[in-house]
Ligand binder design. Structure first.
Ligand code: SAM
Length: 266
């Protein structure tokens, strides 16, 4: 088969380090009947060992040539190839009755939009194992008070338990990316997790807070700060976005929501 020329616009850095491939598959620990979706199979580095362990695998690949290669190589009974931009894929259609396991060495140029896209389907997901830029994973798992703590940390931590598993050096890929990568495990929090009363308002508060992360929260949320009982929420008046925990952001959004609903005339 002709050599594939890596396409930069699709974030193509192919894994070539067998020890890393083995470690990722071991972390996923696929079991025969699992319903796994691989995002960006590329030249099959993970696809081959996953298929060896599974009855069936679904992959989502945007690159027409790579999708055609996969269709030629495997029968449709073993491998379903969805040729699409993953950001447009409705994962609830893939999940059907059983929970999905989502995996992939992701295209780094779309990591944040993809993580937010997938969060919509977290109710139907068992777990996610992704290779990403290490810097992004550091932000995903960052705790309050750290300079990595960001909108991504708060939004994802409100929905998933996350664990950074191991780093992957640039030499493990062809062509090598300019950055160090890492692997993360994400497990959706259970149904009875703490949830904001109004998800959209919670997201709005977090976006606004981190939009001006160097400012004191009281100032960046100045439109609302008159309505906020900072003391009652145990948030110091001098706090900045990065000092506030996920639980406190939820409480903040809930307090605003309750005020809005109680002041709405009937
Ligand atoms: N899994 C392979 C590996 O580990 O060697 C390839 C990983 S490469 C970093 C990312 C893969 O995602 C490429 O195959 C690329 O074509 C595909 N891709 C990029 N953008 C995509 C998108 N929006 N939707 C689906 N696949 C995409």
């Amino acid at each position: 088969m002709a050599q594939h020329q890596a396409r930069k616009r699709f974030g193509q850095n192919f894994l070539v380090d067998q020890a890393i491939i083995d470690s990722i598959v071991a972390a996923i620990a696929p079991a025969r009947g699992d319903r796994i979706v691989e995002i960006g199979p590329g030249l099959s580095a993970l696809t081959v060992p996953l298929l060896a362990a599974l009855d069936h695998l679904t992959v989502i690949e945007i690159d027409r040539d790579l999708a055609a290669r996969l269709r030629n190589r495997y029968s449709a009974e073993r491998l379903t190839v969805v040729e699409a931009d993953v950001l447009t894929v409705d994962f609830s259609m893939l999940a059907q009755d059983s929970g999905l396991r989502v995996v992939g060495n992701l295209p780094y140029n779309i990591s944040s939009p993809l993580l937010f896209h997938l969060a919509q389907y977290a109710d139907r997901v068992v777990d996610q194992h992704f290779m990403l830029q290490r810097e992004v994973i550091d932000r995903m798992v960052a705790e309050p008070g750290s300079s990595d703590y960001s909108r991504l940390s708060v939004m994802l931590q409100s929905r998933y338990a996350m664990e950074k598993l191991f780093d992957v050096p640039p030499e493990s890929f062809d062509p090598p990316p300019r950055v160090v990568s890492a692997v993360v495990r994400m497990v959706p929090l259970p149904q009875d997790r703490p949830r904001p009363l109004d998800q959209a308002l919670f997201e709005q508060v977090v976006i606004k807070a981190f939009g001006q992360r160097r400012k004191m929260l009281r100032r960046s949320l100045s439109d609302w700060s008159g309505q906020i009982d900072w003391q009652g929420l145990d948030i110091p008046e001098t706090a900045r976005a990065e000092d506030v925990s996920v639980t406190q952001y939820m409480a903040l959004a809930d307090a605003l929501f309750s005020q809005r609903t109680s002041s709405t005339p009937r």
